[in-house]
Ligand binder design. Sequence first.
Ligand code: HMG
Ligand code: MG
Length: 298
Amino acid sequence: MTAYPESIRIVDVSPRDGLQNIKQNVSTADKVGLINRLQQAGVNNIEVASFVSPKWVPQMADAADVLAQLDLNNGINYAVLTPNLKGVGRALDCGVNEIAVFSAASESFTQKNTNCSIDESLKRIEELMRPAIEQNVRVRGYVSCVLGCPYDGDIAAEKVADVSQALIDLGCYEVSLGDTIGIGTPLKAKAMLDTVLSKISADKIGLHFHDTRGQALANLLACLEYGIASIDASVAGLGGCPYAKGASGNVSTEDVVYMLQGMGIETGINLEKLAAAGHYITQQLGITNNSRVGSVIQ
Ligand code: HMG
Ligand code: MG
């Protein structure tokens, strides 16, 4: 076991993962209001939108309008998700400084989510990364279904390691491992990581756990023993992939920050202001705040 890291980089994905699955229309103003409140709370890494097909995810159709209202030179690391050359073109036109690309360790999920095989998705990523790298835009990678798939069931850890390695080889500075449907448990998560970390060093790995079955914090704690220092989370526990049957919200950022504070691990985030961001977006949308910690900070 490695010592826990002294500080952890939190990537709040609520404006993208959190909102993409919400059926009611979320206004551009509400999205920007959420992003502003996150940065006021000290969140320096925010995934703000996706440039995917609006036919596939209508909620993200206003991504360029969201970007237009942000100061892209204010030191905050704003990332956007891009699936193909068209998406990266739209993102680069907005002047983004980071993109995120995504593949998966499951063939069926990749088909449902991006209409192609894993190999094809890696070819697409290779193609879309070229213009990004030419323009010095940082690229982060995602691998979905690392602890199980809603269609294919169990996923081999070797496949997770292979797809992660492929993304690193293509130029991703970090790969975030997605438990897309929140199906993992701590020992399973550790076994998966043992395999991944036999190929890739811990400083290139992030954790992106959905909390469908209430296991996300336990899984994170287990994985932090490996010295991983990058965690994705979503304020108010919003989130879910429309193409992953049964997926629900990401682990809540408030719950993660509370746990890390209790462990003496620095995040640079003000918990009260973070909770206020969660209350803001859930009240604007009239939906339940799924953060346990957020719910006790009014
Ligand atoms: P397709 O239908 O096979 O592609 O979709 P296509 O090239 O035939 O395009 C269909 C239409 O979309 C065309 O328009 C394209 O121009 C347009 P038409 O000619 O019919 O008018 N189009 C686009 N428009 C704007 N921006 C684009 C774009 N691309 C095509 N970038 C495609 C293939 C990959 C585009 C589609 O499957 C797609 O957009 N998938 C994204 C689905 C998605 O966003 N899923 C959620 C994000 S992943 C996730 O949540 C998991 C994660 O959180 C990690 C985890 O939890 O594990 C990251
Ligand atoms: Mg996700």
